[in-house]
Ligand binder design. Structure first.
Ligand code: ADP
Length: 656
C-alpha cells in the first residue's frame, strides 16, 4: 500500500471546488425555501456540531460504519434557511466538532468539510428542483427532502470510498460500496422521517418542536447499541476463527506465521512481529516478522537490548502499550523509525511462568487513522488467545530438539563401543607385537632397537592406562561429584609443568606460553586444573596440522583468572559447539579414529571445571582455529561451588 497524502489533498480540494462551483452557478442568490419560520444560523451550527460529536462508529478489518443524526439539522436547514447559510452553519459546526472534539488531523478535517459541502449543495439543489411550498407539509416536499438527503448520503459514501481507494492505491468501489451503501441509505431515511416530523411541528406549533429531542436521542442510543453489539460479535468471531485455525497447528514456524498474518489483517497493520524472550536452559531471544509485501522473516536469534525498545516495559508491567502516530516520545520515535515503524501496539505474550515474549503490530494502513483504545483492548485479547498456541508450539519445538539430542547421544553411545574397542586394541596390538619380537631367540636385535621398542611399549602402556583412567573417572563422575582438594596453586608454574609433560611428543615445539604479569596464584584444585589443561593441549595438538602454532594463555580478570588454549586448526562447526562437551561425542569419527580419542576429554574437563567452581567453554570463532577457555574464581567459596553444581543439574535437566 502506498500512502499518498498529496493525492488525498488533491481529492479533498477538488470536492470543495465542485461544491463551490455548484453553489456559485445555481445557489448563490437563493433565499430560504420557507421563510415563515426564522431559525438562527448559530442554532443550526450548534446542532451540526452536536451530530458530529455524538457519532456511533464501528471499524472492523476492512469495514467501517458510522451513524450520526446529521440529516436532522440538514433537513431543518434545507427548509428554513438559505442554502449559503446551511453550508456555512454545517462547515462551522463541523469544523469545531471535528477539530476540537474528534482531533482530526488537517487532511482529514479538510476532506470531511469539503465532502459535507458537496453533499449539502447537491441536496439544496435537489430540494429546490422538486419541492413546492405548501401550508402544511406536502408529500412532494417530503419526497424532495428525502431525495435530497439520500443524495447527500450517497455522495458522502462515494467520497469516503474514493478516499480509501486513493489511500490504499487500488480501486475499492466494488468492494466497499455494496456493504456501505445500504446502511447509509437506511440511516438517512430514518433520520429524515424524524426531521420531517420536526419540520411539520415547526410550521404548526414551533415550541413543540423541542419534543423532537426525545426521539432523536433515542435514535442515537439505538445506533450506539447497534454498533456496540456489532463490535462485540465481530471481535468474538475474529478471535474464535483465529484460535480455531491456530489450534490445528503445532509447528512453531507455521504457528507464528499464522499469528502474524492474522494480527496484520485484524488490525490493518503493515508489519507484525513476534519476539520471544530467552528461555531458561533453552534458546536465547528470537524474533519473527511479517513485513510489507508479505516479506516473512522466520524465527531467528536476536540480541535484545534492555535499554531501548518498549518490550522491556511491556514485559515488566505485563500489559499492552499503544504508540499512536506520531509517537510522542523522541527516543521511542527514533527507535521505532530504525525498525521502519511509524505507530505500533505491543502486547505481552504469556507463557507457563509469566511473560514469554511480545507481539507487535505496526504501521496502520492508510494515512487517515492510527491505533486507538479499542484496537488496543482487542489486540491484548487476541495476544492472550494466541499465547497458548505459541507456547504449545514452542514446547513441541523444544521436545523435538531434546529428542534429537537424545538420539544423538544414543548414537554416540553405540559409536563409543566401536571406538573404545579400537582404542583399546591399538596399543595392545603394538605392545604384544613388540614384546613378542623382543622375546624371539632366532633374530639378532641391537641394543638401540631394544631400547626404542621398549620405549614404544612403555608409551602405549601409558596410553592404555590413561584411557582406562578416563573411563573410570567418567563412570565415577556419573554417580558422585568429583573430590576436590583446594590448595594455593601457583598458576604460571603449573602451566609450565603441563607443557613440560608434552615435550617428549612430536610437534611439541609448537606450544607457546603467554602469561600476564599479574597472573599469580589462586585457591584451586591443582590436579583438576592440570588435567583440564592437558586435555585441551592434547586436543589442540591432535586436531591441527604440524606447522601451526598452539598458544597457552593465562590472564587475570576481575574476580578470577582465564586460562585459554588456542590453536590454528579447522575449528569446530557452529552446530557442534555444545555437543562436543557431551560424553562420547566426536565431531568426525573417521578423523578421531586416526588420531585416537574416545570423546571423553572435553566431558571430563567441563565436569572437573564446574566441580572446582569454574567454567569451561569454546569461544565463538572469530579467527581461524578453536579457542577453549577455562575460567576459575579467585575465591572458590562454597557458594560458587554450589552454584556451579546447581547450574550443572539445571543444564542436565534442560538437556533431557
Ligand atoms: P576426543 O577424545 O575425541 O578428542 P574430546 O571430548 O576431547 O574427545 O573432544 C570431542 C571432539 O571435539 C573431538 O572428537 C573433536 O572432534 C573435537 N575437538 C576437540 N578439540 C578440538 C580442537 N582443538 N580442534 C578441532 N576439533 C576439536
Amino acid at each position: 500500500v502506498r500512502l499518498s497524502s498529496p493525492r488525498l489533498w488533491a481529492l479533498a480540494l477538488s470536492l470543495g471546488a465542485v461544491a463551490g462551483a455548484i453553489y456559485t452557478l445555481f445557489l448563490r442568490n437563493a433565499r430560504a425555501y420557507d421563510s415563515s419560520i426564522h431559525v438562527p444560523w448559530q442554532v443550526l451550527a450548534l446542532a451540526f456540531a452536536a451530530t458530529e460529536v455524538f457519532v456511533a462508529h464501528v471499524h472492523f478489518r476492512k469495514q467501517s460504519e458510522s451513524f450520526s443524526l446529521s440529516e436532522v439539522p440538514l433537513i431543518v436547514g434545507l427548509f428554513f434557511v438559505a442554502p449559503g447559510v446551511v453550508i456555512a452553519a454545517q462547515l462551522t459546526g463541523g469544523a469545531i466538532a471535528l477539530a476540537l472534539h474528534r482531533k482530526n488531523p488537517p487532511l482529514k478535517l479538510v476532506f470531511n468539510l469539503t465532502q459535507f459541502a458537496l453533499g449539502t449543495t447537491v441536496a439544496a439543489l435537489i430540494m429546490r428542483a422538486i419541492a413546492r411550498p405548501g401550508a402544511a407539509l406536502t408529500s412532494r416536499e417530503a419526497l424532495a427532502a428525502v431525495t435530497a438527503v439520500l443524495a447527500s448520503a450517497v455522495i458522502g459514501v462515494l467520497c469516503v470510498v474514493t478516499a480509501i481507494s486513493v489511500a490504499e492505491g487500488e480501486n475499492k468501489i466494488r468492494a466497499k460500496l455494496p456493504s456501505m451503501l445500504p446502511m447509509g441509505t437506511i440511516v438517512a431515511v430514518t433520520n429524515s422521517s424524524v426531521a420531517l416530523i420536526g419540520v411539520a411541528l415547526l410550521r404548526t406549533a414551533p415550541l413543540l418542536a423541542v419534543l423532537l429531542l426525545v426521539p432523536a436521542a433515542m435514535l442515537f442510543l439505538a445506533y450506539r447499541a447497534y454498533t456496540m453489539q456489532r463490535k462485540q460479535t465481530e471481535s468474538l468471531d475474529m478471535l474464535y476463527r483465529s484460535t480455531r485455525t491456530l489450534n490445528q497447528r503445532i509447528d512453531l514456524d507455521t504457528t507464528v506465521r499464522m499469528v502474524l498474518e492474522q494480527a496484520r489483517s485484524m488490525f490493518r497493520a503493515e508489519i507484525a512481529q513476534v519476539t520471544l524472550l530467552p528461555e531458561d536452559g533453552g534458546p536465547g531471544a528470537q524474533r519473527a516478522r511479517l513485513g510489507a509485501e508479505d516479506a516473512f522473516e522466520p524465527m531467528r536469534a536476536i540480541e535484545l537490548d534492555p535499554t531501548v525498545g518498549v518490550w522491556a516495559r511491556v514485559v515488566s508491567e505485563g500489559y499492552a502499550v499503544s504508540l499512536p502516530r506520531p509517537i510522542e516520545n523522541d527516543r521511542l520515535r527514533a527507535y521505532f523509525e530504525t525498525q521502519g515503524m511509524r505507530d505500533a501496539m505491543v502486547a505481552p505474550l504469556y507463557g507457563t511462568d509469566g511473560v514469554a515474549g511480545t507481539v507487535t503490530v505496526a504501521n496502520r494502513l492508510g494515512d487517515i487513522s492510527t491505533f486507538d483504545d479499542s484496537d488496543l483492548t482487542l489486540f491484548q485479547t487476541f495476544v492472550n488467545h494466541v499465547s497458548v498456541s505459541i507456547q504449545n508450539a514452542r514446547l513441541v519445538h523444544r521436545l523435538q530438539a531434546s529428542l534429537s539430542r537424545q538420539q544423538d547421544l544414543n548414537k554416540a553411545k553405540d559409536d563409543f563401543v566401536a571406538t573404545i574397542s579400537h582404542e583399546l586394541r591399538t596399543p595392545l596390538t603394538s605392545i604384544q607385537g613388540f614384546a613378542k619380537t623382543l622375546l624371539r631367540q632366532d633374530i639378532e636385535i641391537t641394543p638401540d632397537e631394544t631400547r626404542a621398542w621398549l620405549q614404544v611399549i612403555e608409551r602405549q602402556g601409558q596410553n592404555l592406562g590413561m584411557l582406562i583412567e578416563d573411563l573410570l573417572l567418567v563412570s565415577r563422575l556419573e554417580s558422585q561429584p568429583a573430590r576436590v582438594q583446594m590448595t594455593e596453586v601457583l598458576l604460571p608454574e603449573l602451566m609450565e609443568q603441563v607443557i613440560e609433560g608434552f615435550m617428549h611428543r612430536p610437534g611439541a615445539r609448537r606450544i607457546e606460553l603467554r602469561l600476564e604479569a599479574q597472573l599469580a596464584s589462586i585457591q584451586t584444585d591443582r590436579a583438576a586444573v592440570g588435567r583440564i589443561l592437558s586435555n585441551l593441549l592434547e586436543n589442540a595438538l591432535k586436531y591441527t596440522a604440524d606447522n601451526t602454532s598452539v598458544r597457552v594463555v593465562g590472564r587475570a580478570i576481575a574476580g578470577g583468572v582465564v586460562l585459554s588454549v588456542e590453536d590454528e586448526g579447522d575449528g569446530i562447526p557452529e552446530e557442534e559447539r555444545e555437543r562436543i562437551f557431551d560424553r562420547f561425542y566426536q565431531v568426525d569419527q573417521s578423523r578421531t579414529r586416526r588420531v585416537g580419542g574416545a570423546g571423553l576429554g572435553l566431558y571430563i574437563s567441563r565436569t572437573l571445571a564446574e566441580s572446582i567452581g569454574g567454567r569451561l567453554w569454546l569461544e565463538s570463532q572469530r579467527k581461524r582455529g578453536a579457542t577453549f577457555s577455562l575460567w576459575l574464581p579467585a575465591e572458590p567459596g562454597p557458594a560458587s561451588l554450589d552454584a556451579a553444581r546447581a547450574q550443572r543439574a539445571r543444564d542436565k535437566r534442560a538437556a533431557g
